[in-house]
Design a protein around this ligand. Sequence first.
Ligand code: HEM
Length: 361
Amino acid sequence: MTAHEPRPARTVSRRISDHAAVVAIATDPETFSSAVSRHVQVPNGLDGEAHRQARAMLDPFLDAQRVAASTPAFVRVAQQLLEQLAGREAFDAVSELGARYAVRAQSAWLGWPATIEDELLQWVADNRAATRSGDRTRMAGVAKRFDAIVRARVQERMGTDAPDDLTTALVRTRDADGQPLPQEVLVSVLRNWTGGDLASLALCIGVVVAWLTRHPEHAERLAAADDDELDATLDEILRIDDPFLANRRIATRDTEVGGCPIAQGEVVALSWRQANVDPARFPSPYAFDPHGNASDNLVWGIGPHVCPGRPLATLQLRVLTRELLRTGSVRTAEEHGGIERETPPAGGYRRFMAAIERHDA
Ligand code: HEM
């Protein structure tokens, strides 16, 4: 289970959907613990000092400057993929563009071989289906398969002839006491950086493509926008239709939020998606206002568990969007297989058929 896989291991007794309450809970980790799962989850299942230490050790891997070194690799991946898809009558923006780009870009970042691309893609598809089914045994089977993929990558890097890549750097990391990280911690970290993220990124790409097909009037401005402007636009698109639905917390004591009592041991789901369109915070929740809404946008969470992968995910999304805008104009191709929304616990689209009309055609 990862930060990005909202699988219901413990029963959620309440869904918190108003913005003020979500912020209050996410920023009060003493009262609302993140230790909701029985499994090792680093850093997302940790609290207090252990969480701070884990973030201090791991965040540098995801730092904006460090991830920027992967930009040329992401551009290559995006260009190759768009070149193939632009020649097609139609393609699914979630599985054929989103998931494939996510797997290739993330593998490039981690130093994972292209030979496992199909295995990872199959895993993303199976994981989405298992999550949708709500069947715990099926989800556990899929999670076990992913652990095996990750364990093999760690194992390959135990010897002296390990490749010089980010995964090896993680395997060689020492904790605050100078000790190597236990294998189950390495697996949990890599699972967090990949397992859930591949699906989240694919869903984000589906939402961005869908928005571009409906708002062609923004295409020219975005094609010429600088990085900050494009990033602000992407954040706002994802606020309006947040595909990353919720995360859980467990109350450490009897308390109350916004006048509602919450008992010790109660598990609450923080709905980023609903909070992001709460009319009490955003008077016109579906109106596009990147700069006006930025400070209250909860796409990346808030508080001590705020997403450390934001710079990486933003870079990957920005590169793909830029290359897409450069290649042509994107339009819906609903007649070739349709458009279908995803169902909770995932958001966004299950399928969004689109086509690219090349600028140079
Ligand atoms: C693709 C779009 C992404 C979205 C929408 C997203 C969103 C989020 C959100 C809302 C949280 C807060 C969870 C909470 O408070 O319980 C979170 C946490 C986290 N994210 Fe992301 N994320 C994305 C991509 C990434 C990437 C690329 C990585 C790393 C490679 C990553 C790694 C993590 C980790 C490790 C946590 C847990 C942090 C902690 O508990 O301290 N995320 N993410």
